[in-house]
Design a protein around this ligand. Structure first.
Ligand SMILES: [Zn+2]
Ligand SMILES: [Zn+2]
Length: 224
């Protein structure tokens, strides 16, 4: 199935993954309509808020291993389609589009290096590529920051999709282990911030390997 989809991508004319217009994988109209996230935001988790706050309804009372989380766009149905095409069909140019959106929206982080959330090994092989790593490498080029593979998976975390929020938080707990020594300041890159549980578990592993400040950067963020 995976090979068939890839083959079709080679044969069929290029179409916008959101509206279907011919010509580009993301047409100019859909590109400029991406729902950018803008302040006021929760200083900690990056959720849009009515006014600037240090903690919001979504993150208050949670122990968070990261100092801040920021995303370029809201994970609305159009962005969901884009992320799905990027992840499941392996459309490489979409990683560059996502990186452009991030670099246009967010300032370069004041850190020594970028790290990325490693793919679940089985699913990574199935897809043949790693969206978070590719996004990190694209951002590293734009921000002139080195990208290090600082994290590994400790076990086959079961799929997050379809789990409740509480189950998601339990599911990823302990799913990451340090794979190298982290610089003191590091930015952790992932494609989508959903419940924050993946970012939190990965940031916690980075803290164990020497990071004192972890900033989370994602292309999209679920807005509740
Ligand atoms: Zn379009
Ligand atoms: Zn918050």
């Amino acid at each position: 199935m995976w090979c068939d989809v890839k083959l079709l991508d080679l044969i069929l004319p290029v179409r916008c993954v959101i509206c279907g217009a011919g010509g580009e994988q993301l047409c100019p109209a859909c590109r400029s309509a991406l729902p950018r996230l803008a302040p006021p935001l929760c200083a900690r988790c990056g959720a849009p808020t009515a006014w600037p706050v240090q903690r919001c309804r979504e993150c208050a009372g949670r122990r968070l291993a990261f100092a801040s989380a920021r995303a370029a766009v809201a994970y609305d149905p159009a962005v969901r389609q884009l992320v799905r095409a990027w992840k499941e069909r392996g459309l490489r140019t979409l990683a560059a589009v996502a990186a452009d959106a991030v670099a246009d929206t967010l300032p370069a982080p004041g850190v020594a290096a970028l790290a990325f959330v490693p793919s679940d090994r089985a699913r990574g092989l199935e897809r043949g590529h790693h969206p978070a790593e590719r996004l990190a490498r694209e951002l590293g080029r734009r921000w002139s920051l080195p990208v290090h593979a600082l994290l590994g998976r400790t076990g086959p975390a079961s799929r997050q999709r379809g789990l409740t929020l509480a189950d998601r938080r339990r599911n990823v707990g302990g799913a990451f282990a340090p794979a190298g020594e982290s610089p003191s300041g590091v930015a952790l890159v992932d494609d989508v911030y959903t419940s924050g549980s993946t970012a939190n578990a990965a940031a916690s592993a980075l803290r164990k390997s020497g990071a004192r400040r972890v900033e989370v950067i994602t292309f999209a963020r679920v807005v509740r």
